[in-house]
Design a protein around this ligand. Structure first.
Ligand code: ZN
Length: 218
């Protein structure tokens, strides 16, 4: 059993789509989970459907949604305070040192982040790379395990099959509730998916019912 799990993702909602079933599974086992969220996703294009946010209000709205999502998941939230869409221009070493300091306080047994090259968005790759570096910098005797998530279309071709494949259907409702807590974003991604319709729920379970990670070997 894990002692403490830390997630490191750049945007509010990355945790919801990528790992909320996994998080719910750990919380169900009584494992503490902390989310280090890089930015407020304040440069996002989705403003709700129908629109209820604008460029000025989006940061506060997304912050509130993030807090709501973390309450659904029952995890501790630590906002890292970086600016959206700028992580690739920050010093990787400085971010890694920042993350390392936090990890050394929490002393997790497992860290989860994006794959540094197979995570599509430059923020995902950049924060994933910094997180890998942060874990690498921790002395081997104290170093937590590291799982990375690849979301590019061709990641299986490049990396092979992921070694961690979790069936999260027992926690599917928590996953949907977490996604829907990100009200300004959920509609855009789920499209016209109607929660009430069973066949749509089946489609969603098929698409969102497993979560996959690669164990990172240093
Ligand atoms: Zn993201």
């Amino acid at each position: 059993m894990e002692k403490h799990v830390v997630l490191i993702y750049p945007h509010p909602d990355d945790e919801a789509f990528g790992a909320s079933g996994t998080i719910a599974k750990f919380r169900n086992e009584g494992v503490p989970v902390t989310y280090l969220c890089g930015t407020l996703g304040e440069m996002g294009r989705n403003m709700g459907n129908p629109t209820f946010a604008n460029r000025e209000t989006l940061p506060e709205i997304r912050k509130k949604e993030l807090i709501d999502a973390c309450n659904v998941l029952d995890v501790d939230l630590h906002m890292l305070g970086y600016r959206d869409k700028t992580l690739e221009f920050e010093s990787r070493q400085e971010i890694a040192e920042h993350l390392k300091g936090i990890l050394e306080e929490i002393k997790p047994s497992l860290v989860i982040t994006h794959h540094p090259e197979q995570a599509v968005h430059p923020d995902h790759n950049a924060l994933g790379a910094a997180a890998v570096e942060a874990v690498r910098l921790i002395d081997e005797s104290e170093r937590p395990k590291l799982w990375v998530q690849a979301i590019s279309q061709n990641h299986v071709e490049v990396l092979g099959d992921p070694d961690i494949v979790l069936d999260i259907t027992p926690f599917f409702k928590t996953k949907m509730d977490t996604i829907l807590a990100h009200r300004s974003q959920a509609q855009g991604v789920l499209g016209s998916m109607d929660k009430e319709k069973v066949d749509m729920e089946e489609i969603a379970k098929h698409r969102l019912g497993t979560e996959r990670f690669y164990t990172w070997n240093f």
